[in-house]
Design a protein around this ligand. Structure first.
Ligand code: FES
Length: 184
């Protein structure tokens, strides 16, 4: 029983002052939902920005590998060079090599140095006029065509261009053991 002198609050006054019961719970839920939405709106793009370089394929750029006039005609040369490779957030210097052939008509072809069978390094045998792989005996002619052994496809040719007498190459690696080149 309320005391006779105790002030009585009307229901409207109580409702206007602060929400109670179901209304209070609804407001709390709505505030939490808005906070979560704002947090996700920031978190998702920020996370994507931070990890996307790590998920990207390793990027290789054009690299100058030599002077075209210095290449002997018909006798493949292994050229070594250092390339800057962008790998996620970091740039790394990587030592690379490629096999370069210059035909009598001036055509230049550059091959990946890895045997398409299982990825061993192969050599040019000038006496036999063949590329020969020591691992399982695959043999290729000067154009990269398979002459023998278990190699499932020709040598992998790389993108090339000539600018101001310089030979440029994009180094790529391919899955071994397949009958067509599939880039890694
Ligand atoms: S890796 Fe070259 S023949 Fe097997």
């Amino acid at each position: 029983m309320p005391l006779p002198n105790q002030p009585q609050e009307s229901e409207e006054a109580v409702e206007g002052a602060s929400p109670t019961g179901p209304r209070r719970r609804f407001f709390a839920w709505a505030i939490r939902a808005i906070a979560c939405a704002l947090g996700l709106g920031f978190l998702v793009p920020a996370t994507g920005y931070l990890i996307s370089p790590a998920l990207k394929r390793r990027e290789n750029a054009w690299a100058e590998v030599g002077t075209v006039a210095d290449l002997p005609m018909g006798d493949p040369q292994e050229l070594e060079y250092t390339q800057t490779v962008k790998d996620g957030w970091r740039n790394a210097a990587a030592k690379k090599s490629v096999w370069v052939t210059k035909q009598s008509d001036g055509t230049i072809t550059v091959f990946s140095p890895l045997c398409p069978h299982l990825g061993c390094g192969y050599r040019w045998n000038s006496g036999d006029q063949q590329f020969q792989c020591p691992c399982h005996g695959s043999v290729y002619d000067v154009t990269g065509k398979v002459l023998g052994g278990p190699a499932p496809r020709p040598l992998d040719a790389l993108p090339t261009k000539v600018e101001n007498g310089k030979l440029w190459v994009i180094y790529k690696e391919f899955k071994s053991g397949l009958n067509r080149p599939v880039e890694l």
